[in-house]
Design a protein around this ligand. Structure first.
Ligand code: KG4
Ligand code: ZN
Length: 345
C-alpha cells in the first residue's frame, strides 16, 4: 500500500447482491454484501424485485462499508461501480447512486465491467497479507463461471482480456440453478447441490457430456437430461428424487465439472499459460475447486483459486478493477450509461 493509493468506494448491484466495499489501493478495508432473500420463493431472480431491493439496501450498505473501514465519506477519493453486464434496473440503481455520490463528493467516477472484475478478484489483497499474497502473473488463463456467464479468458494484463471460449446457451451457474428447481431445492441451486453432493455417489447416474466445438460450452441439454431422468424414474417410483437426491446431485455436479475442465484443458494446451485461475460464483463449488487444483498439478502450472468470499458477487472485486483503471487514468463520464450487455474484449 502506497500513501498515494486512492481510497475507493466500490458498489456492485448487477444482480441480486447489493454490495459496497472500501479499498485503499487493492487492500480491502470492508466488503459488505446484502444478499436479497426475496428471490428464494420464486426459484430465481425477479428483476423488478431486485431493483426495488437494491433501492432499499444501497444507502445502509454503503454506510456500513464506510463505517467498518473506519473512514468518513470525505476520505473517499474515487467512486467505482459496476456498469454491466447485468439486469438493467438493478444496474441503474448502483450507477445512478454512484454518479450522485461522486458529484456530491467532487471525486472521479469509474464504471467497471463485472466480468473483468470477477477475474481481477485475484488481485484483492486482504489487510496484513499484502506482502505474501501471491498473485497470478500475466498472461494467465482464467475459467470464469458465474450465474450468467461461462468464459475461458486469456488475461494479458488487468485491462487487456480476451474471451477465447464461452457458452452458446446457459451458463454453468444456470445449469446448477435450473437443476435445483427440477429437484425441488431452494434458489440459488449451486450451494445446495454442492452441499448435498458431499454424501453422494458421483458415478451412480450418468449424464452425457455435451459435444460442442473447440472451446465452446453448452449447458442447456444437461438440464434437460436431468429433467427426463427425473420424469421417467418418477413414473416407476414417485419418491425417486427424495430417495436418491445425494447421488443425483453428485452425478450431475461431477458431469458439469468434468465438462468445464475438459474444455479448459484444451485451452491450456492451446495457450500454454504458466498460471491458471478460477473465478465467478460457481468457483465456490468444492468439487470444482478440488478438480481445478488437480488439473493444475497435472499440467505443472500455478493454480489460483479465489477465497470463497470473493467468488460470488462482491464489491471488493469492483474496487480492485477500479484501482487498475485509476492507475491508467481511465475515468468515466456522468453521461456514461449502465449497460445490460457488455463484453470484456
Ligand atoms: O458470480 P455470481 O455470484 O453472479 C453472477 O455474476 O451471475 O454467480 C452466481 C452463481 C449462481 O448460479 C449460483 O448457483 C452459483 O454461482 N454458485 C455455485 C456455488 N455457489 C454459488 N455453484 C456451484 N457450487 C457452489 N458452491
Ligand atoms: Zn457475478
Amino acid at each position: 500500500m502506497k500513501s498515494s493509493d486512492p481510497v475507493i468506494l466500490a458498489i456492485e448491484s448487477s444482480c441480486d447482491e447489493t454490495s459496497a466495499a472500501i479499498l485503499i489501493g487493492t487492500v480491502v478495508k470492508s466488503n459488505i454484501i446484502a444478499t436479497q432473500k426475496i428471490h428464494e420463493k420464486y426459484g430465481g431472480v425477479v428483476p423488478e424485485l431486485a431493483s426495488r431491493a437494491h433501492q432499499q439496501n444501497i444507502v445502509p450498505v454503503v454506510q456500513q462499508a464506510i463505517s467498518e473501514a473506519g473512514i468518513t465519506a470525505q476520505d473517499i477519493s474515487v467512486v467505482a461501480c459496476t456498469q454491466g453486464p447485468g439486469l438493467m434496473g438493478a444496474l441503474q440503481v448502483g450507477v445512478s447512486y454512484s454518479k450522485s455520490l461522486s458529484m456530491a463528493l467532487g471525486v472521479p467516477l469509474i464504471l467497471v465491467n463485472h466480468m473483468q472484475s470477477h477475474v481481477l478478484a485475484h488481485f484483492i489483497s486482504r489487510e496484513g497479507e499484502e506482502k505474501d499474497y501471491k498473485k497470478p502473473e500475466f498472461p494467465f488463463l482464467c475459467l470464469t463461471v458465474s450465474g450468467g456467464h461461462t468464459q475461458i479468458v486469456l488475461v494479458n494484463s488487468p485491462t487487456e482480456m480476451k474471451v477465447v471460449g464461452s457458452t452458446i446457451d446457459d451458463a454453468a451457474g444456470e445449469a446448477f440453478d435450473k437443476a435445483s428447481k427440477v429437484l425441488g431445492l431452494e434458489y440459488p441451486g449451486g450451494p445446495q447441490i454442492d452441499r448435498i453432493s458431499q454424501k453422494g455417489n458421483a458415478t451412480r447416474f450418468s449424464f452425457t457430456i455435451p459435444v460442442t466445438p473447440e472451446l465452446s460450452y453448452s449447458f442447456s441439454g444437461l438440464k434437460t437430461s436431468l429433467l427426463y431422468l427425473v420424469r421417467d424414474e418418477k413414473l416407476k417410483n414417485p419418491l425417486f428424487v427424495e430417495e436418491n437426491i445425494e447421488d443425483i446431485c453428485a452425478s450431475y455436479q461431477a458431469t458439469i465439472v468434468k465438462y468445464l475442465l475438459k474444455k479448459f484443458n484444451l485451452a491450456i494446451e492451446k495457450y500454454q499459460p504458466k498460471s491458471i485461475a478460477l473465478a465467478g460464483g460457481v468457483s465456490a463449488n468444492s468439487h470444482l475447486r478440488y478438480e481445478f487444483e488437480k488439473l493444475g498439478n497435472e499440467k505443472g502450472v500455478t493454480c489460483f483459486i479465489p477465497p470463497i468470499e470473493f467468488t460470488t458477487d462482491n464489491a471488493a472485486m469492483i474496487g480492485a478493477t477500479a484501482y487498475f483503471l485509476f492507475e491508467k487514468g481511465q475515468f468515466s463520464e456522468l453521461s456514461d450509461p449502465p449497460l445490460a450487455r457488455l463484453s470484456i474484449d
